[in-house]
Design a protein. Sequence first.
Length: 228
Amino acid sequence: MTATLSARIVAATGTSGTVSVRVSEVTKTYGPVRALRNVSLTLSTGRVTALLGPNGAGKSTLLSLVGALTRPTSGRVEHVGLGSRTTVRSTLGWLGHDGLLYPDLTGLENVRLSARLHGCADEAVEAVRARFDLSAFADRPVRTCSRGQRQRVALARALVHAPHLVLLDEPTTGLDAGGVERLEAVVREEAARGVTVLVVTHDERFASALDAQVVRMEAGRIAVATAC
Ligand code: ADP
Ligand code: MG
């Protein structure tokens, strides 16, 4: 993509809400692999961005850069009004491929632990327990839960502290139809709170239900970006 086209996409998609993350002409290489090639993207508060594309397109790499979990090889990732890189990392609402759960703790213990690390009151735990309908399995060790049940606990853990920046990598993985519907509502609610949400998904139907800015990636580049 040319710098001019990147600039046009930023201009086209950066108009609603307040800019919170600005990715400018970012390239990321892992040895000989060019995971991202001259990617520019603007994320704003109160808006959901859905990131789609085939395996290896660079979606998870871009998510990590937005979360300040990695640094670009060249180009810039700026966080506006979200604090330093350390603050961004420590306050992130992050759901990666690994759900970051302790298998021998119960679902509720996992969520409570995360809540306490972030200094949240028990009400926050109760709120996400209800939000993700965890009660039927919340008191079982996570290792005994099904894939979809674990995913619901992982989502509750990721969102319990009402983060300002919500980054979800393939969050519908393992969820049944009811779980996906519940997640659609949660993602919309998060944006309505006025925070920034970036969701990687392969699920076109899920993406279209989010009223999201849709960004399609191919081979490390942004192929298409539409304003929501
Ligand atoms: P996606 O999430 O779209 O499937 P990724 O961002 O995970 O794609 O990966 C993009 C490319 O970068 C792939 O070719 C992948 O193998 C490579 N890659 C990602 N992370 C690493 C890493 N830590 N070390 C080496 N190569 C990596
Ligand atoms: Mg990925």
